[in-house]
Write a protein that binds this ligand. Structure first.
Ligand SMILES: C[S@@+](CC[C@H](N)C(=O)[O-])C[C@H]1O[C@@H](n2cnc3c(N)ncnc32)[C@H](O)[C@@H]1O
Length: 395
C-alpha cells in the first residue's frame, strides 16, 4: 500500500490548500484526538477519482496513506497524489514507497468500472457473462480471449487481485472485460434483468464459521435468476463438501431453480485453486442452475439524496455509538470526524444488509448532507437504511 512517513508538521496548514486548490475537498479531525488517537482525513478529487487520505499522527512521524473505503485501484495515481500532497505542503519525507511502477504495467483504465457505471450501463457487447470472485483471473482472461463476442464482467472484492487482472488486460490488449472492485452480492442487484448468459462462481470462500459472508445465498440465487437470460447458467464449482451441501440446500429450497450436479467434471481452464485440490485428489463439485424463465425488468430509481430543508445542525451526539439493528438491515455509525475548514461533520458509517454491507462516509457540511465518495449501490435494502439514516439527520 503506497504511503509516506513525514516529519511532524502543522496540519492546519492544509486548510490553506483547501482554499486555493479545488482538488482538496475537506480536512476532518478524529473526535478521539484528545485521547491521543490523532487521525485526520483529507478529501481529495484527483485525476478523476474521489478518495480520502488518512493522516495518523505518531510522536516522531506522521503516516499518510489512502483509506480503505475509497482507495482507487490505480496505485500510481495514489502515489502521485501522495507526492503532490507532500510537495504542496513542503513536507519532509522520512520514508516512502511511492516510486511509480513501470507504465508498461499500467492498469487497463477503460476496463476499470465503478458502481455508477451500472446505473445506466452501456455494455460493449450484446452477450454478457459475469465471474464472481475471479482471484488470479485465469478463468476470466481465458474465457474473454476465447469468446471475443462476449463482454465478461469480473467482480472481485479483493483489491490486489483486481489490480493484477487489470494489468493483465492491459498487457494482453483484451477489450471485452470489465473489472469491478466491489462486493459481487451488491453489484449483481444493479445488473439489468435477462442480461447475462452465464454467471460463474468458482471456488468461493466457504466461510464455514461466518456463513453470512458466503456469496451463495437464497437472495444471490434469486438475483442470478433475474439477471440470467432464459437458458442462462449459474455455475458453482467448489471443493468444499460443506459448501456443496449448503448450496444444494439453498438451491433446492428455491421453487424456480432447476439444477444439475457433476463430480470431478473437466473444464477448459483450471484455476490455481483447482490445480491444488486436484493434486490433493480432492473431489470437485459443479452445481449448475439453468434459468428457465424471463424475468420482469427491474426499475432502479432510488434516490440517495437528503432533504436539506429537514437537516438539523450536525452533531456527533445524534449518532448512536452502537450498531442499530432494524428489520432486515443495520446501521453502524463507526466514527465521527470534525470538519476543520467549515463547520461540519464527517461520519464513517456502515449499513444495509447484514450479509452485503455498504461502507461510506456521510459528509455533513454547509446545510447539506451527502455520501462520500459516492452514493451506495441502489438496492432496496440500502434505500431503507438510507431513509433511516435520514431520520438521525432530521430528528
Ligand atoms: C478462493 S478464491 C477463488 C478465486 C478463483 N475463482 C479461483 O477459482 O481461483 C475466492 C475469491 O472470491 C473473492 N470474493 C469473496 N467474496 C466476494 C464477494 N462478496 N464479491 C466478490 N468477490 C469475492 C475473494 O476475494 C477471492 O479472490
Amino acid at each position: 500500500m503506497p504511503h509516506i512517513k513525514v516529519k511532524p508538521f502543522e496540519t492546519h496548514s492544509i486548510d490553506a490548500l483547501l482554499v486555493k486548490d479545488d482538488r482538496f475537498v475537506f480536512r476532518a479531525l478524529s473526535q478521539r484526538a484528545c485521547e491521543g488517537k490523532h487521525e485526520e482525513l483529507i478529501g481529495l478529487h484527483y485525476e478523476g477519482e474521489t478518495f480520502v487520505l488518512q493522516i495518523k499522527k505518531r510522536a516522531e512521524s506522521y503516516l499518510i496513506k489512502p483509506d480503505s473505503i475509497s482507495r482507487p485501484l490505480d496505485v500510481n495515481r495514489i502515489k502521485r497524489a501522495l507526492a503532490l500532497f507532500a510537495e504542496l505542503l513542503g513536507l519532509t519525507i522520512v520514508h516512502a514507497n511511492i516510486a511509480l511502477s513501470s507504465e508498461k504495467h499500467a492498469l487497463a483504465e477503460t476496463a476499470n468500472k465503478r458502481i455508477r457505471d451500472f446505473e445506466a450501463p452501456v455494455f460493449s457487447r450484446e452477450k454478457i457473462a459475469i465471474e464472481v470472485g475471479f482471484g488470479s483471473g485465469r478463468h476470466l482472461l481465458y474465457q474473454a480471449v476465447q469468446h471475443p463476442d462476449t463482454l465478461f464482467i469480473g467482480i472481485e472484492i479483493h483489491t490486489p487481485s483486481a489490480q493484477q487482472v487489470l494489468k493483465q488486460i492491459a498487457l494482453q490488449g483484451i477489450e471485452n472485460i470489465w473489472i469491478v472492485n466491489y462486493d459481487a452480492r451488491l453489484l449483481l442487484e444493479m445488473m439489468p434483468s435477462n442480461s447475462c448468459s452465464d454467471i460463474y462462481v468458482h471456488f468461493p470462500v466457504p466461510w464455514d464459521k461466518k456463513p453470512h459472508r458466503r456469496v451463495i445465498s437464497e437472495r444471490f440465487l434469486q438475483e442470478s435468476l433475474r439477471v440470467l437470460v432464459p437458458q442462462g447458467r449459474l455455475e458453482l464449482r467448489t471443493d468444499s463438501d460443506n459448501y456443496y451441501r449448503y448450496a444444494l440446500e439453498t438451491f433446492s429450497a428455491a421453487p424456480k431453480a432447476h439444477f444439475t450436479v457433476e463430480k470431478n467434471s473437466e473444464i477448459a481452464i483450471t484455476s490455481k485453486y483447482e490445480d491444488r485440490w486436484r493434486a490433493q485428489e480432492k473431489d470437485i463439485y459443479t452445481v449448475t442452475v439453468v434459468c428457465e424463465n424471463f424475468s420482469e425488468c427491474k426499475v432502479i430509481d432510488f434516490d440517495f439524496d437528503f432533504d436539506a430543508q429537514k437537516l438539523k445542525t450536525p452533531s456527533a451526539e445524534r449518532f448512536p455509538t452502537k450498531s442499530a439493528v432494524y428489520d432486515g438491515f443495520f446501521i453502524h455509525f463507526e466514527k465521527c470526524f470534525m470538519m476543520q475548514s467549515e463547520k461540519g461533520l464527517l461520519v464513517k458509517v456502515s449499513f444495509g444488509s447484514f450479509d452485503r454491507p455498504e461502507h461510506k462516509y456521510l459528509l455533513l457540511q454547509g446545510g447539506a448532507a451527502r455520501y462520500y465518495p459516492q452514493d451506495p449501490v441502489k438496492t432496496e435494502t440500502n434505500y431503507r437504511a438510507h431513509q433511516q439514516i435520514g431520520e438521525y439527520l432530521y430528528g
